[in-house]
Design a protein around this ligand. Sequence first.
Ligand code: XUL
Length: 527
Amino acid sequence: MALYLGFDCSTQSLTAAVVEADAQRPGEWRSVFESALSFDEALPAFGAEHGVLPHDDPRVSQAPPAMWAAALDLMMARVAKSGIDLRAIAGISGGAQQHGSVYLNGQAPAMLQSMDPARPAGELASGMLSRGVSPLWMDASAGDEAHEIEQALGGAEPLARRTGSRAFARFTAAQIRRFWKQEPGAYARTSRVHLVSSFLASLLAGASAPLDPGDASGMNLMDLVERRWYPPAVDATAPHLLAKLPPIVAASAVIGTLAPYWRARHGFPAAPLMVWTGDNQASLVGSGLVEEGQVGISLGTSDTIFGPIREPRVDASGTGHVYGAPTGAFMALTCFANGSLARERVRDTFGLDWPGFTALLRSTPPGNHGRMLLPWFEPEITPRVAVPGVVRDGLAEDDAAGHVRGIVEAQMMAMARHSAWMGVRPLEIRATGGASGNAAVLQVMADVFGARVFRSARSNTTAPGAALCAFRGAAAESGADVPWREIARGSRPVDTPVEPDPAAHAVYRDLMTRHARLEGQALARRV
Ligand code: XUL
């Protein structure tokens, strides 16, 4: 049976998954290999902490693109040595953290074509850059630039209607504009602005790779419905930008074959390469969410709530996004920056390990005896909080149990409230990401939403999702239109769901009004 290789280049790690699949029986795909490497542990020389370079300004969040290239090299070596039959690889794709931008210099096209297999990919990649760092999705420093772009487009609403989102500081347009304003010379020397996804795809292809509509829709630069660059937004961002942007091709399209570099260096065959996408897009199909009404929650570095939608709807409250989806339709998503790192902050502040954290969560009742917490340890995306700071209501600073329940309840209530715009009242939620393995956390999720929660069969759904995009792309290339609905049957959750407790749900329905009030007051104090 054919094999498909998928990557997930997330904030803190690179994961690879190999999926075995057959177009005749698409629902019977299975994962035959999975491996993850943490950037901090595997590549300490880059100096990243949790995948991010330390910076004095808490709003700045950057990483070295050469670190991702080095990780790809290490992971390709691991896959090559894993014992899987490399000759059976019939497609390669990936999903990467969204919004982050990689700036290539004028020599990059020639360098991509002639990568020397004797030299590590990280070293080769550093020679291709016009900017040594990449601003990440966690970066909150480009607020002014986001505002300038919105102004030029006639306000937040018209921009959101065209591109799927109002201007966000972390979105690529605001970040490109900031780079142009701060380093005009380096911007002028930039021949191509890639996203993390198309940068890694370019290294694999040995040529500048295109973007898919899913990841391109996280830039504030693409006309969401036309799936083309939107000239007024491009012009409002930076001069001569159109010529620096990659082309946009259909999701899962074949974009080339694996470059000679990887074949000579690690012994891979000349496998077809499919366009990469964003991590959330790959996770959507990896979780088997392909029809409107289905909802997923990913508890990763960022917490996201997302689901497929048929038509693009705009979030009037301005916090949500509409992105392209691998299915060719759309996905709604709301993103929270204070996800797993915030949970870890609470765990570490009170000297707990995860079992200790879970025990305290179980020892406290729904509603937390009225103690409440807004966990804005880092600048928050939803709602927009530029200057971080934790807000406590009735909660003593040394109350470990109150903080543990407080953070989980606050995260779930924020997700429930700020996703109302999606217009989907979920009866069932598919949970994925690291913390989805914690049944006590999932119980709070089920109780807040009043919905049953299924844990995804695997905690990483992005890498297998990317492998499935490669599978679908390969099938389409040979003339077979494999329905996503059929492929999704292979993602059925295996275990029994966590059921909501009606009494606890009633507690949270009341508490959400208080949560909204506390949030409103805290935001008003910050203006
Ligand atoms: C989505 C977002 C994050 C990143 C994290 O808009 O900013 O989920 O994709 O990897």
